[in-house]
Every structure is written in structure tokens, then in C-alpha cells.
Design a protein around this ligand. Structure first.
Ligand SMILES: *Cc1c(COP(=O)(O)O)cnc(C)c1O
Length: 439
């Protein structure tokens, strides 16, 4: 391991002086914890403490850290090349990964567009939908808006932001430049509810009917709304959305950046409703959390109109598109996940789900707790009041675990390789942390 040239305190001081963190102010108001290394499900801090990681680094590191299979894939690929441009050139990792993605995602999806991050894959999906209608309509730009539900999260770039929840995303700050999209209330009937209620779709249906001529696509996170509030909704909602999109001639974009690759108990969340999207966005766990990588996939029905249009091509092509290192690691991650004999992700996620259900149940006894929700390897405790993060974050670390609460939510999305005794440490801490109010 390379030696450290800075003391822990120097790292903290320089960090606070110069380094901007996600959704943070500068000079940094919140003190960050410097990490020395990470292995398996543990993060080791520079002060020597180790934390059991319940976040998978924002839901990406499904196999934990420093996994030998992923490390090996990266090392081997590095010896050939870490990068070459993708314009006019191609390589084995890119085509092998595409072949694999086409195999494991819903069958209509045949074409893969690689990009660098989840937000960009959403930009690509939205541009694809717009250009599709433009090409199809002989230059007609009427279908240029997007319909979505409130409570969503699709990323931080401008077009992705425009379909995020308008309140959470503070759209009013950016209203002069933000595209105005069409919102309906978020689905109300929960995932586990036995009583599906068709009226949950009333607003969606009416709005779609009313605006069909100007809507290019519906965009949704299937089944689980992630960073917008961790709500799980009924598969019938998704199933009916698919039918209505067909009926009213609009495309369906599914954002599986958070839900993809097993997180909800099925390989993709669309499988809960047994539907096929027209465009699919993947990110986060695509590379097993090893590095930033994402993909947008689509059908031949959509891709085939691109050669006809005014541009004759799809107008997008990032510099680091199809990065060989990212492709090689993603392929290794996917192969590891799907190695049924040795890995058995389904059984792992199912075991995590059962344990979360049992061990988070006591949280309900706290008068401070509003709701407890579990689906697949996702465990959420929703409080009645928001946490004060400056107080809460050190309390979490004091428990020897790593969680990153936001708003009213304390939640875990552990790596799939987490063992029962490690997960117990997390659930026990969550029960303790939600039992009393911290000043
Ligand atoms: C994280 C996330 C994104 C954005 O991905 P980035 O890699 O952060 O740009 C988009 N959609 C969903 C559902 C996400 O969870």
C-alpha cells in the first residue's frame, strides 16, 4: 500500500480549505471523515477506526471494496490500454459488455450507448427521445416535453434535474433556464399493498391524455424512488404506465441507475411488473462501484430512425465514451454477479431482505419514527422530523458503521456480500439511532 504523505489532520484541514463535497457549502461547513482504505464491507479511516459500510458508496459497490475479481480485471486491462477514443475505434471489453447487457436486460433492448455517469445517461435518454420524434415527424418538434411523477431523482445536470422532484430539487432557483416538464403526484399505493387501487393512476392518465401531443416520453424510476424519498410503489402502477404510454404514443424511459443489478430482489426492477422500457438508463452498480460508468440502452424500433433524420446520426459522443477500463471492470462485475454457482446474488439479496425486515421492525416502536420500509437489499426508516446532519453523522460513525442519512431518512443499501453479523451491527445501530432525539 502506498505510504501516506499527509497526516489525518492535514487531510481534514486541506479538505475543508479547498475541496467541495456533494451538496455542501464552501468553505466546508461539515467536517468529513478521511478514509485510508476499504476492503470487503469495511471502510478504514485514517484514525484507525473501521466502519461497516451500509451505503455501498451510494448503492454502487454491490460486491464490496477491493474485490480481487474487479481489481484483476482492471489490472489486466491496464496492461493493454486504459483508454482509447471510441470514435472510429472499438475494443473487446466494449463489445463483450454490450453483448452481456443485451442478454440480461429486457429483450427489446438491443443497443448500448456508453457514457460517464448516471446523469449523463439520463441526458442521453432524453436527447434520444427528442431526436426520435424529430426524425419520425420529419423535423416536427412538437413532442418535446417529459411527463414524470413527483418525488423522483434522476441526476444533477440540467435536463436530468428538470425531471427531478421540483421541491427537493429547488427548481425555483434555476427556473430561468430549467426546462419545464409535466408532473403528476407520486404513486401512493405501496409495493406490498394487497389492495391495488386503479385510481392511483387517475392524474397520470388524465395528464397523459391531455398533453399527449407534446410529450416525448414518460420517465420513471421503476418501483423504487431513490434519492427523492425512498418510496416503493406498486408494480401495477408501472404495468399500467407501460400500457398507457403505448395507448397514447409516448416513449417510456426507465431509470434503473439505482435499482439495476439486483438491488430490489430482481435483476432489474422492471421485472416486478414484467414490462419492457423503450429506453433504459444504467449506472451506479454497473461497474460494481469501481469507477464512474453508465449506459443508455434502447430498442431497434427507436435506433432505426436515427439514420433517416436531418442529422443522420445521434447527436452525442463523450470524450471518454466506452472507456476500456470501465467496460472491462463492468463486465467482470456482471459476470461475478451472475455466477449462480458461487455467488447466488438472489439468495444473498433475499437473505438481506429477510434480515432487514426482522431487525428493523423494532424501529416502529419509537414515537419518532413515521414508517419502516424494506425491499430487496434496501432498508429505510423514515422519521417524523428531519435529522440534523451535523449532529447525526458523527453519531453514526460512533456506532462503528457508515450510513449517510438525508432529510427524514435513515437507510441502508448494503453490499450484497455483507454477512448476517455485519448487517446486524447496522440494524442495531439504526434501531438505537432512531430511538432517541439527538439535541
Ligand atoms: C444516482 C442516480 C442518478 C444520477 O447518477 P450520477 O452518477 O450521480 O450522475 C440518476 N438516477 C437515479 C435513479 C440515481 O439514483
Amino acid at each position: 500500500m502506498p505510504p501516506s504523505s499527509l497526516t489525518p489532520q492535514e487531510i481534514i484541514d486541506l479538505d475543508q480549505q479547498h475541496v467541495w463535497h456533494p451538496y455542501a457549502a464552501m468553505p466546508n461547513g461539515v467536517r468529513c471523515f478521511p478514509v485510508h482504505s476499504a476492503k470487503g464491507v469495511e471502510i478504514e479511516l485514517t484514525d484507525g477506526r473501521t466502519l461497516v459500510d451500509g451505503m455501498s458508496s451510494w448503492w454502487a459497490a454491490i460486491h464490496g471494496y477491493n474485490h480481487p475479481v474487479l481489481n484483476n480485471a482492471a489490472t489486466q486491462q491496464m496492461e493493454r490500454m486504459s483508454h482509447v477514443m471510441f470514435g472510429g475505434l472499438t475494443h473487446e471489453p466494449a463489445v463483450q459488455l454490450a453483448q452481456k447487457l443485451v442478454q440480461v436486460t429486457p429483450s427489446q433492448l438491443q443497443h448500448v450507448f456508453y457514457c460517464d455517469s448516471g446523469s449523463v445517461s439520463i441526458e442521453v435518454a432524453m436527447k434520444m427521445a427528442l431526436q426520435y420524434w424529430h426524425n419520425l415527424g420529419g423535423g416536427d418538434n412538437r413532442k418535446h416535453r417529459f411527463l414524470t411523477v413527483r418525488g423522483g431523482y434522476h441526476g444533477d445536470t440540467f435536463k436530468a434535474m428538470s425531471v427531478c422532484d421540483p421541491v427537493n430539487g429547488m427548481h425555483h432557483l434555476f427556473s430561468s433556464v430549467l426546462a419545464s416538464q409535466i408532473f403528476v403526484p407520486r404513486p401512493q399505493v405501496g409495493y406490498y399493498s394487497d389492495d391495488w387501487d386503479e385510481s392511483d393512476l387517475d392524474q397520470f392518465k388524465q395528464t397523459l391524455e391531455q398533453h399527449q401531443d407534446e410529450i416525448a416520453a414518460v420517465i420513471l424510476e421503476p418501483i423504487v424512488q431513490g434519492a427523492g424519498g425512498m418510496h416503493f410503489y406498486h408494480p401495477n402502477y408501472l404495468r399500467r404506465v407501460r400500457e398507457l404510454c403505448d395507448e397514447y404514443n409516448v416513449l417510456l424511459i426507465l431509470d434503473e441507475i439505482a435499482t439495476g443489478f439486483g438491488r430490489t430482489g430482481t435483476l432489474f426492477a422492471s421485472e416486478h411488473a414484467n414490462i419492457q422500457p423503450d429506453i433504459l438508463c444504467l449506472g451506479k452498480a454497473l461497474s460494481g462501484g469501481f469507477l464512474s460508468f453508465a449506459a443508455t440502452m434502447t430498442t431497434t424500433k427507436i435506433s432505426q430512425v436515427f439514420a433517416q433524420g436531418e442529422a443522420g446520426v445521434f447527436m452525442h459522443g463523450p470524450t471518454f465514451m466506452g472507456n476500456p477500463l470501465a467496460c472491462a471492470v463492468s463486465l467482470a462485475s456482471l459476470n461475478l454477479l451472475l455466477d449462480d454457482q458461487n455467488y447466488n446474488w438472489k439468495q444473498k439479496v433475499h437473505a438481506i431482505e429477510q434480515q432487514l425486515q426482522t431487525e428493523l421492525e423494532p424501529c416502529r416502536e419509537s414515537p419518532l419514527v413515521q414508517d419502516v420500509r424494506v425491499l430487496g437489499a434496501i432498508g429505510v426508516v423514515e422519521m417524523k422530523e428531519p435529522f440534523d446532519m451535523r449532529v447525526m453523522q458523527p453519531k453514526v460513525v460512533d456506532q462503528g458503521i457508515w450510513l449517510r442519512p438525508f432529510g427524514k431518512l435513515l437507510y441502508t443499501m448494503p453490499p450484497f456480500i455483507m454477512e448476517a453479523h455485519q448487517l446486524r451491527k447496522i440494524t442495531q445501530a439504526m434501531v438505537a439511532l432512531t430511538r432517541r432525539k439527538f439535541p
